[in-house]
Design a binder for this molecule. Sequence first.
Ligand code: RIB
Ligand code: CA
Length: 312
Amino acid sequence: MNRQKIIIDTDCGSDDAMAIAMALRDERYEVLFFSACSGNVCADQAVINTLTTIEYAATYEPPVYLGSSLPLVKTLAFAHETHGNDGMGDIGLVPSRLQRAEGNGVLKTLEALEQSEPGEIEIVALGPLTNLALAIRLNPEAMRRVKRISIMGSAGLGTGNVTPASEFNIWQDPEAAKIVLESGLPLMLVGWDACLDESMLNPDEIARIRSSGALGQFAIDCNRCLMEMNAGRFGYNCLDMADPAAMAAALHPECIDVCDAYYCEVDTSSGISSGAVLVDVYGFSGKEPNTLVCSKLKSDIYKDYIFRMLGA
Ligand code: RIB
Ligand code: CA
């Protein structure tokens, strides 16, 4: 089978881990390597969490490279309250064997694209866009060879999860997101709203995944902190799996329900809507669309994809 090539950029917290396991187990795709950035946790910890996830996925073992350790401008805020101090629910998960690969994730991404045919490689970004912004600045010609950049980022057409207006990945590095959105590259933003409502994992679905085996138990238990936070936020044990939603939209587009092209702009000011992605639904700007925005998934197809990839 001619597997489609992808590169995954990640700030590997617990929802990234589920998305990464799904990608590794989808035999239609070959993950060339991972590049780590800071967001949920520092990039070094994101490397460790990615290595742990590769071991639990028990498929093949792509290299994991460190990318930028800091956002372009903004101070790191981390998301320890959401994913735990280690990003994986603080349940003692560490890689038993794998180690970080030598080399920098940004440079490795440019190298892979330079050596690829145009349109051969898709990038899936699950964290702040720092590494991608640096790659665009360092070698825009190489980046133009990318098939598409699918991004878990923005509130989509809904509300934010860090402020009423902003979603964490964009909020943590708005300057990087601005560079990516202005790059002219083929983009798809998958908003946080795509993983809510009917696409939220409910207690029965969580139990189904957890009881399916070692990978399912890992994928749920590392999301312990998020589940506890959600019990307070939504009133019941549920999981808004933002990165798995973005991964599903990128790798299994049959699950996409609402996805339209809009001109989008990032608020890089320091005001109350800092980090917001303004989606110009009615064309007030008069500017051509610069990205697709996926705001809703077909929850049955999306969840079936999660179950199948995790063996649940
Ligand atoms: O807003 C959700 C996003 O921020 C997810 O990618 C989560 O892992 C964090 O990076
Ligand atoms: Ca993430």
